[in-house]
Design a protein around this ligand. Structure first.
Ligand code: HEM
Length: 213
Protein backbone atom coordinates (compact mmCIF):
# COMPACT_ATOMS: atom_id res chain seq x y z
CA UNK A 1 0.00 0.00 0.00
CA UNK A 2 2.84 2.36 0.92
CA UNK A 3 4.79 1.86 -2.33
CA UNK A 4 1.79 2.16 -4.63
CA UNK A 5 0.52 5.09 -2.54
CA UNK A 6 3.79 7.03 -2.87
CA UNK A 7 3.87 6.19 -6.59
CA UNK A 8 0.36 7.68 -6.95
CA UNK A 9 1.52 10.71 -4.94
CA UNK A 10 4.29 11.27 -7.53
CA UNK A 11 1.66 11.12 -10.29
CA UNK A 12 -0.40 13.76 -8.47
CA UNK A 13 2.58 16.14 -8.48
CA UNK A 14 3.00 15.84 -12.28
CA UNK A 15 -0.75 15.99 -12.89
CA UNK A 16 -1.22 19.10 -10.72
CA UNK A 17 1.80 20.83 -12.32
CA UNK A 18 0.52 20.24 -15.87
CA UNK A 19 -3.03 21.27 -14.97
CA UNK A 20 -1.72 24.43 -13.33
CA UNK A 21 -0.74 25.58 -16.86
CA UNK A 22 -4.36 26.74 -17.18
CA UNK A 23 -3.34 29.67 -14.96
CA UNK A 24 -1.23 31.08 -17.79
CA UNK A 25 -4.67 32.21 -18.94
CA UNK A 26 -3.54 31.98 -22.58
CA UNK A 27 -6.66 30.32 -23.93
CA UNK A 28 -5.27 26.90 -22.99
CA UNK A 29 -2.32 26.97 -25.47
CA UNK A 30 0.36 25.96 -22.91
CA UNK A 31 -1.92 23.45 -21.17
CA UNK A 32 -2.97 21.85 -24.46
CA UNK A 33 0.67 21.57 -25.56
CA UNK A 34 1.58 19.63 -22.41
CA UNK A 35 -1.62 17.56 -22.50
CA UNK A 36 -0.81 16.61 -26.10
CA UNK A 37 2.75 15.66 -25.09
CA UNK A 38 1.43 13.48 -22.23
CA UNK A 39 -1.06 11.82 -24.56
CA UNK A 40 1.32 11.13 -27.44
CA UNK A 41 4.81 10.49 -26.00
CA UNK A 42 5.56 6.75 -26.10
CA UNK A 43 7.43 6.69 -22.77
CA UNK A 44 4.61 8.58 -21.00
CA UNK A 45 1.97 6.33 -22.57
CA UNK A 46 3.88 3.28 -21.29
CA UNK A 47 4.07 4.87 -17.82
CA UNK A 48 0.32 5.42 -18.04
CA UNK A 49 -0.12 1.62 -18.04
CA UNK A 50 2.04 1.52 -14.87
CA UNK A 51 -0.13 4.23 -13.37
CA UNK A 52 -3.35 2.28 -13.87
CA UNK A 53 -1.70 -0.94 -12.63
CA UNK A 54 -0.47 0.96 -9.55
CA UNK A 55 -3.96 2.31 -8.95
CA UNK A 56 -5.57 -1.14 -9.25
CA UNK A 57 -2.92 -2.68 -6.96
CA UNK A 58 -3.50 0.07 -4.38
CA UNK A 59 -7.27 -0.57 -4.40
CA UNK A 60 -6.93 -4.39 -4.27
CA UNK A 61 -4.34 -4.14 -1.46
CA UNK A 62 -6.70 -1.83 0.43
CA UNK A 63 -9.56 -4.35 0.18
CA UNK A 64 -7.30 -7.22 1.30
CA UNK A 65 -5.91 -5.30 4.28
CA UNK A 66 -9.41 -4.24 5.40
CA UNK A 67 -10.53 -7.89 5.22
CA UNK A 68 -7.47 -9.09 7.15
CA UNK A 69 -8.09 -6.49 9.86
CA UNK A 70 -11.73 -7.56 10.18
CA UNK A 71 -10.78 -11.26 10.31
CA UNK A 72 -8.18 -10.54 13.03
CA UNK A 73 -10.94 -9.14 15.28
CA UNK A 74 -14.26 -10.77 14.36
CA UNK A 75 -15.82 -9.62 17.65
CA UNK A 76 -16.00 -5.89 18.37
CA UNK A 77 -14.51 -4.44 21.54
CA UNK A 78 -17.14 -4.18 24.31
CA UNK A 79 -15.72 -0.79 25.19
CA UNK A 80 -13.91 1.20 22.54
CA UNK A 81 -12.63 4.73 22.64
CA UNK A 82 -11.22 4.94 19.10
CA UNK A 83 -10.72 8.71 19.24
CA UNK A 84 -8.21 8.30 22.05
CA UNK A 85 -5.40 6.96 19.87
CA UNK A 86 -6.35 7.54 16.23
CA UNK A 87 -8.01 10.21 14.12
CA UNK A 88 -11.36 9.60 12.35
CA UNK A 89 -9.75 9.93 8.91
CA UNK A 90 -7.09 7.31 9.78
CA UNK A 91 -9.92 4.87 10.55
CA UNK A 92 -11.84 5.90 7.41
CA UNK A 93 -9.20 5.32 4.72
CA UNK A 94 -11.38 2.69 3.02
CA UNK A 95 -14.43 4.91 2.72
CA UNK A 96 -12.29 7.90 1.64
CA UNK A 97 -10.65 5.64 -0.97
CA UNK A 98 -14.08 4.60 -2.28
CA UNK A 99 -15.12 8.28 -2.57
CA UNK A 100 -11.91 9.05 -4.51
CA UNK A 101 -12.55 6.05 -6.76
CA UNK A 102 -16.10 7.25 -7.50
CA UNK A 103 -14.69 10.70 -8.26
CA UNK A 104 -12.07 9.11 -10.55
CA UNK A 105 -14.69 7.22 -12.57
CA UNK A 106 -16.58 10.48 -13.25
CA UNK A 107 -13.29 12.31 -13.86
CA UNK A 108 -11.83 9.82 -16.35
CA UNK A 109 -15.14 9.75 -18.19
CA UNK A 110 -15.04 13.57 -18.54
CA UNK A 111 -11.51 13.97 -19.89
CA UNK A 112 -9.40 10.86 -20.30
CA UNK A 113 -11.97 8.81 -22.26
CA UNK A 114 -12.51 11.39 -25.05
CA UNK A 115 -8.87 12.54 -25.08
CA UNK A 116 -7.67 8.94 -25.64
CA UNK A 117 -10.41 8.36 -28.27
CA UNK A 118 -11.96 5.55 -26.20
CA UNK A 119 -15.48 6.96 -26.57
CA UNK A 120 -15.68 10.08 -28.75
CA UNK A 121 -12.74 12.43 -29.24
CA UNK A 122 -11.78 16.12 -28.90
CA UNK A 123 -12.91 17.15 -32.40
CA UNK A 124 -16.20 18.77 -31.25
CA UNK A 125 -14.14 21.24 -29.15
CA UNK A 126 -12.21 22.65 -32.11
CA UNK A 127 -8.59 23.81 -31.89
CA UNK A 128 -6.86 26.51 -29.82
CA UNK A 129 -4.98 29.60 -31.11
CA UNK A 130 -1.97 27.37 -31.88
CA UNK A 131 -4.09 24.89 -33.86
CA UNK A 132 -3.83 22.13 -31.19
CA UNK A 133 -6.58 19.74 -30.06
CA UNK A 134 -8.53 21.66 -27.43
CA UNK A 135 -8.79 19.64 -24.20
CA UNK A 136 -8.91 23.01 -22.45
CA UNK A 137 -12.19 23.91 -24.21
CA UNK A 138 -13.67 20.63 -22.93
CA UNK A 139 -12.59 21.56 -19.38
CA UNK A 140 -14.24 24.98 -19.72
CA UNK A 141 -17.42 23.28 -20.92
CA UNK A 142 -17.50 20.66 -18.11
CA UNK A 143 -16.83 23.31 -15.47
CA UNK A 144 -19.47 25.70 -16.77
CA UNK A 145 -21.93 23.41 -14.94
CA UNK A 146 -21.97 23.73 -11.12
CA UNK A 147 -22.68 20.00 -10.52
CA UNK A 148 -19.28 18.75 -11.78
CA UNK A 149 -17.64 21.68 -9.96
CA UNK A 150 -19.18 20.50 -6.66
CA UNK A 151 -18.27 16.84 -7.39
CA UNK A 152 -14.63 17.81 -8.08
CA UNK A 153 -14.34 19.95 -4.96
CA UNK A 154 -15.79 17.12 -2.82
CA UNK A 155 -13.41 14.65 -4.53
CA UNK A 156 -10.51 16.93 -3.57
CA UNK A 157 -11.77 17.03 0.04
CA UNK A 158 -11.73 13.23 0.17
CA UNK A 159 -8.24 13.30 -1.36
CA UNK A 160 -7.08 15.77 1.32
CA UNK A 161 -8.16 13.52 4.23
CA UNK A 162 -6.86 10.39 2.48
CA UNK A 163 -3.43 11.99 1.94
CA UNK A 164 -3.32 13.48 5.43
CA UNK A 165 -3.17 9.97 6.87
CA UNK A 166 -1.64 8.16 3.87
CA UNK A 167 1.47 10.27 3.37
CA UNK A 168 2.88 9.86 6.88
CA UNK A 169 1.60 6.31 7.20
CA UNK A 170 3.48 5.29 4.03
CA UNK A 171 6.79 6.36 5.58
CA UNK A 172 5.94 4.46 8.76
CA UNK A 173 5.01 1.29 6.84
CA UNK A 174 8.32 1.42 4.96
CA UNK A 175 10.21 1.82 8.23
CA UNK A 176 11.39 5.27 7.13
CA UNK A 177 10.28 6.92 10.35
CA UNK A 178 12.69 8.07 13.01
CA UNK A 179 12.08 10.15 16.11
CA UNK A 180 14.47 12.77 14.74
CA UNK A 181 12.64 13.12 11.38
CA UNK A 182 9.02 12.35 12.29
CA UNK A 183 8.21 16.04 12.76
CA UNK A 184 9.58 16.86 9.31
CA UNK A 185 7.70 13.94 7.67
CA UNK A 186 4.45 15.06 9.33
CA UNK A 187 5.01 18.66 8.19
CA UNK A 188 5.74 17.59 4.57
CA UNK A 189 2.68 15.29 4.61
CA UNK A 190 0.43 18.06 5.92
CA UNK A 191 1.79 20.62 3.44
CA UNK A 192 1.37 18.20 0.53
CA UNK A 193 -2.15 17.19 1.61
CA UNK A 194 -3.22 20.82 1.73
CA UNK A 195 -1.39 22.28 -1.29
CA UNK A 196 -2.12 19.62 -3.93
CA UNK A 197 -5.89 19.08 -3.32
CA UNK A 198 -6.38 22.88 -2.93
CA UNK A 199 -4.62 23.48 -6.24
CA UNK A 200 -6.77 20.80 -7.91
CA UNK A 201 -9.99 22.14 -6.36
CA UNK A 202 -9.15 25.70 -7.43
CA UNK A 203 -9.22 24.70 -11.12
CA UNK A 204 -12.92 23.85 -11.60
CA UNK A 205 -13.81 26.81 -9.36
CA UNK A 206 -11.58 29.21 -11.35
CA UNK A 207 -13.13 28.03 -14.62
CA UNK A 208 -16.68 28.22 -13.28
CA UNK A 209 -16.13 31.76 -11.98
CA UNK A 210 -14.45 32.83 -15.24
CA UNK A 211 -11.07 33.61 -13.64
CA UNK A 212 -9.48 31.66 -16.49
CA UNK A 213 -11.11 31.65 -19.92
C1 HEM B 1 -9.78 18.64 -9.69
C2 HEM B 1 -9.08 19.03 -10.69
C3 HEM B 1 -8.62 18.12 -11.81
C4 HEM B 1 -8.68 18.45 -13.12
C5 HEM B 1 -9.19 19.76 -13.71
C6 HEM B 1 -8.14 17.31 -13.86
C7 HEM B 1 -8.02 17.26 -15.25
C8 HEM B 1 -7.62 16.14 -15.96
C9 HEM B 1 -7.52 16.08 -17.40
C10 HEM B 1 -7.85 17.24 -18.35
C11 HEM B 1 -7.10 14.81 -17.72
C12 HEM B 1 -6.84 14.25 -19.13
C13 HEM B 1 -5.36 14.43 -19.45
C14 HEM B 1 -5.03 13.98 -20.85
O1 HEM B 1 -5.88 13.44 -21.53
O2 HEM B 1 -3.87 14.14 -21.23
C15 HEM B 1 -6.92 14.08 -16.49
C16 HEM B 1 -6.49 12.77 -16.39
C17 HEM B 1 -6.38 12.06 -15.23
N1 HEM B 1 -6.61 12.53 -13.95
FE1 HEM B 1 -7.17 14.43 -13.48
N2 HEM B 1 -7.78 16.33 -12.97
C18 HEM B 1 -8.06 16.77 -11.70
C19 HEM B 1 -7.87 16.09 -10.51
C20 HEM B 1 -7.45 14.76 -10.42
C21 HEM B 1 -7.27 14.04 -9.18
C22 HEM B 1 -7.50 14.64 -7.80
C23 HEM B 1 -6.87 12.78 -9.51
C24 HEM B 1 -6.52 11.61 -8.62
C25 HEM B 1 -6.96 11.44 -7.41
C26 HEM B 1 -6.80 12.70 -10.96
C27 HEM B 1 -6.47 11.58 -11.68
C28 HEM B 1 -6.38 11.51 -13.05
C29 HEM B 1 -5.99 10.31 -13.78
C30 HEM B 1 -5.65 8.95 -13.16
C31 HEM B 1 -5.99 10.68 -15.15
C32 HEM B 1 -5.62 9.80 -16.32
C33 HEM B 1 -4.14 9.74 -16.36
C34 HEM B 1 -3.56 9.90 -17.67
O3 HEM B 1 -3.80 10.93 -18.34
O4 HEM B 1 -2.83 9.02 -18.03
N3 HEM B 1 -7.15 13.92 -11.47
N4 HEM B 1 -7.24 14.92 -15.43
Amino acid sequence: MALTGLFLVSFLVVHAAINAMIYFNDGGVTFNKWAHFMGSNLIIRTMEIGLFLGLILHVVDGILITRQNRAARPVNYAYAQHGANSKWYSRSMGILGILILLFLIVHLWHFWVPSRHIVGNLEPYGVDAAGQANLYALMLLVFSNPIPVVIYVLGCFALFWHLLHGFRSAFQSLGLNHRQYNGLITLCGEAFSIIVPTLFASMPVAMYLGWVR
